[in-house]
Design a protein around this ligand. Structure first.
Ligand SMILES: CCCCCCCC/C=C\CCCCCCCC(=O)SCCNC(=O)CCNC(=O)[C@H](O)C(C)(C)COP(=O)(O)OP(=O)(O)OC[C@H]1O[C@@H](n2cnc3c(N)ncnc32)[C@H](O)[C@@H]1OP(=O)(O)O
Ligand SMILES: Cc1cc2nc3c(=O)[nH]c(=O)nc-3n(C[C@H](O)[C@H](O)[C@H](O)COP(=O)(O)OP(=O)(O)OC[C@H]3O[C@@H](n4cnc5c(N)ncnc54)[C@H](O)[C@@H]3O)c2cc1C
Length: 659
């Protein structure tokens, strides 16, 4: 059922593109970070899009087995291309991003390698990293267990030192101690960094990391004492089912002593436990690293969804032609704008705060090298909090984009169901968002309690030092209102906790309020970093103006959505709240002519978007129509099962009606 392709060359969005009041090419640079970043991303995206092995339009129709095999094939092919073309690390990681299929390589490069880098000694790094870099071993990150994920200190797997043989004995003493969830573990990994309780000289020293071989390097069979497999199908079709999240049990598996990751602490030949002079929290360093990359990933997922919804909203028309005139593009409805443009603004906001967080992470890593641990808490609070706020907002936004695309958004071919299904576990993995926000809240409470002792808060908490001013003033300036709201919410919580019989009990009772205080603090960071960005020198006609506009949209929308907080804390008056909302409507009108160009600036190929609704050329209807015919159900005109189940039914009804 081919449709006419003649129209395929037409740019249905040309008028939209012509209406934009800024230089899209310059905005691409602002989004990507540099001309170089645009060029590399462009080259890698095209390389992937033009290679038939990386085809993904049939992914939601594959069986789990075929999907997994397809993932193995893509990973092997990607590696082949990386080697053949001698791609740099930057190019290789972009290539993997554009292949856009979750798989064991994400955990190998994203967690296994960083865990060894962060927690291994130089000697251990020398031994293991070259193997990992050449894929002579495949690794995963085996922390979570059936019984405990959030509570890392509660993990049950044991690593007991045996001084007789100079080995650790890794064991799973209970069902709940089975490792459960690690990506890449189920079928692909040969090795894992396993987190287990270190026991030596009869004493339990808590959780430590160990490199453990799981499968034979000859035939991939599990090593003696190792039981492992996949944990089963997951949410959605296609989506995260390409990943082999696994289960793993150990029955007294022995590993050499030098496979304990020994940068933070060591066990001597005699079995003595020795703690290095570095903070214990560095054990959580890999999670800090991944949380900051998850923030960068949030802006990618969100911008993809928004790109689809904006382009389709410009194409889709409904109502308004009673008198024979043209119908209205749904993008012109004020309601569509007020739902969609804040998400567009959020994509930019998360992109810039992600860049800043990456800077912070690099800075803290450099400080750690010279044993300066002063910004560790800041790095933890910012990565945990921003991970929680950006992933929750992105997951909600993808679903909103699906609704913004009406019925067609529910089709797999829109790309949105799979994007949502792949993305939504980001609210859970690498730390449940509530658990992470409570970590931020703890640090906020600590900071508030130190205010009276005269200790000046620093970094993103510095505004709390202006406590006298912020507790009293009515705020005119936008950031100041955000600061006042965040500080007052934190101080209220601290006061309420102070009234409880003890701190822990108070914290527990007030945790719902603490969550909101943490969100307020993190939103302040996002707004502040966006404002800092637009204060920079940004070249290109109209680019700075557009970003300024989006920054205002993000701030005022956040303010509008959380107006209750601002009013309850007296940070704004009801009149100011109403004015802000007024202003927001005007800003949307300014976004409107630029909307399509603003999503073009993400520079996504049709392959990466994977959506018939989000096509660059806007030629949506023929694409939708053609895509339907590709469904396996349409391979035969009369469905399988007709003779067994439909025909007898239909015949029987015939008889009944004759009665
Ligand atoms: C890999 C891909 C890379 C690319 C990414 C981009 C693309 C993405 C796309 C697709 C790939 C997707 C891939 C998915 C991957 C998923 C992987 C996993 O899920 S791995 C499992 C994660 N597991 C958790 O996150 C557990 C969460 N739990 C915890 O972190 C801890 O248990 C916690 C923080 C909740 C509690 O820790 P406590 O039990 O030690 O207790 P307390 O008292 O709260 O903390 C002690 C002290 O340590 C500090 N602290 C805690 N965590 C810290 C940290 N991380 N850094 C520094 N300090 C920390 C605290 O502030 C506190 O400090 P004071 O003593 O008060 O000064
Ligand atoms: C797709 C996916 C991939 C993953 N990949 C890996 C991996 O590669 N390696 C790995 O080790 N792990 C992995 N995980 C596991 C993941 O890190 C954990 O699932 C996550 O940390 C959440 O822990 P949990 O499952 O124990 O949730 P739970 O803590 O059991 O959460 C259940 C509920 O309890 C609430 N809750 C828990 N504690 C508190 C508290 N203190 N206060 C208030 N509420 C609380 C939570 O908010 C949540 O609503 C993955 C998980 C998923 C879904």
């Amino acid at each position: 059922m081919a449709v006419d392709h003649a129209a395929a060359e037409v740019d249905h969005l040309a008028a939209e593109r012509a209406a934009a009041r800024f230089d899209v090419e310059a905005m691409k640079i602002a989004w990507a970070g540099s001309r170089h970043a645009v060029d590399v991303a462009d080259r890698m995206a095209r390389l992937v899009a033009s290679d038939p092995v990386f085809r993904k339009d049939n992914r939601t129709m594959l069986s789990r087995k075929d999907l997994f095999k397809d993932t193995l094939r893509k990973a092997a092919h990607a590696w082949k291309r990386i080697v053949e073309l001698r791609l740099t690390e930057e190019e290789a990681s972009l290539l993997r991003q554009y292949v856009d299929q979750p798989g064991y390589v994400d955990l190998h490069w994203g967690m296994f390698v960083p865990a060894i880098k962060g927690q291994g000694t130089e000697e251990q790094q020398k031994k293991w990293l070259p193997l990992a870099y050449k894929f002579q071993i495949i690794g995963c990150y085996a922390q979570t267990e059936l019984g405990h994920g959030s509570n890392v200190q509660g993990l049950e797997t044991t690593a007991t030192f045996d001084p007789m043989t100079d080995e650790f004995v890794i064991h799973s003493p209970t069902l709940t101690s089975s490792k459960w969830w690690p990506g890449g573990l189920g079928k692909a990994s040969t090795h894992a960094v396993v987190y287990a309780r270190l026991i030596t000289e009869g004493k339990d020293y808590g959780i430590h990391g160990f490199i453990v071989q799981l499968r034979s390097l000859e035939d991939h069979s599990p090593l003696p004492g190792v039981t492992l497999g996949d944990i089963g199908g997951k949410f959605g079709s296609g989506a995260y089912n390409s990943m082999d999240n696994g289960v793993l049990r150990f029955d007294h598996v022995r590993i050499p002593r030098d496979q304990m990751l020994m940068r933070l602490s060591q066990v001597t030949r005699e079995g003595k436990y020795v703690q290095s002079d570095v903070p214990k929290q560095l054990l959580y360093g890999t999670m800090v690293y991944v949380r900051q990359s998850i923030v960068a990933d949030a802006s990618k997922a969100l911008s993809r969804a928004v790109c689809i919804a904006v382009r389709y909203s410009a194409i889709r028309k409904q109502f308004g032609s009673q008198d024979g005139g043209p119908e209205t593009q749904v993008l012109n409805y004020r309601t569509q704008q007020s739902r969609l443009f804040p998400l567009l603004a959020s994509a930019y906001a998360f992109r810039f705060v992600g860049d800043w967080l990456n800077w912070l992470y690099t800075d803290v890593t450099q400080k750690l090298e010279v044993k300066d641990y002063s910004t560790l808490q800041e790095a933890h609070a910012c990565t945990a909090g921003l991970k929680a706020v950006t992933t929750s907002a992105t997951a909600d936004a993808i679903e909103e984009c699906r609704k913004l695309c009406g019925g067609h958004g529910y089709l797999n071919s829109s790309g949105l169901p799979e994007l949502f299904a792949v993305y939504v576990p980001a609210c859970t993995y690498e730390g449940d968002n509530v658990v992470l926000l409570l970590q931020v809240a703890r640090i906020l409470m600590k900071t508030v309690s130190q205010l009276t002792s005269g200790k000046q808060p620093v970094g993103t908490m510095a505004y709390m030092g202006k406590v006298q001013h912020l507790m009293q003033s009515k705020c005119a300036v936008k950031t100041e209102a955000f600061e006042a709201r965040a500080l007052r919410m934190a101080v209220n919580c601290a006061q309420n906790i102070g009234q409880a019989s003890n701190q822990e009990e108070g914290f527990y009772e007030r945790s719902p309020d603490l969550l909101e205080a943490a969100v307020a603090h993190i939103q302040l960071i996002i707004v502040t970093k966006f404002i800092e960005k637009v204060h920079q020198d940004i070249p290109g006609h109209g680019v700075k103006e557009q970003l300024q506009n989006l920054c205002n949209v993000y701030a005022l929308y956040t303010l509008h959505k959380h107006l209750g907080d601002f009013l309850a804390t007296g940070s704004l008056t009801p009149k100011q709240g109403a004015l802000a909302n007024e202003q927001l409507g005007k800003l949307y009108a300014q976004v409107r002519p630029n909307a399509v160009a603003l999503v073009d600036a993400f520079n996504y190929t049709d392959h990466y978007l994977g959506s018939v609704l989000g096509r660059y050329d806007g030629n949506v209807y023929p694409a939708l129509y053609e895509e339907a015919w590709k469904d396996p159900l349409n391979e035969t005109v009369v469905p399988e099962g007709y003779h067994e189940y439909l025909r007898p039914l239909l015949k029987q009804q015939l008889k009944l009606s004759r009665l």
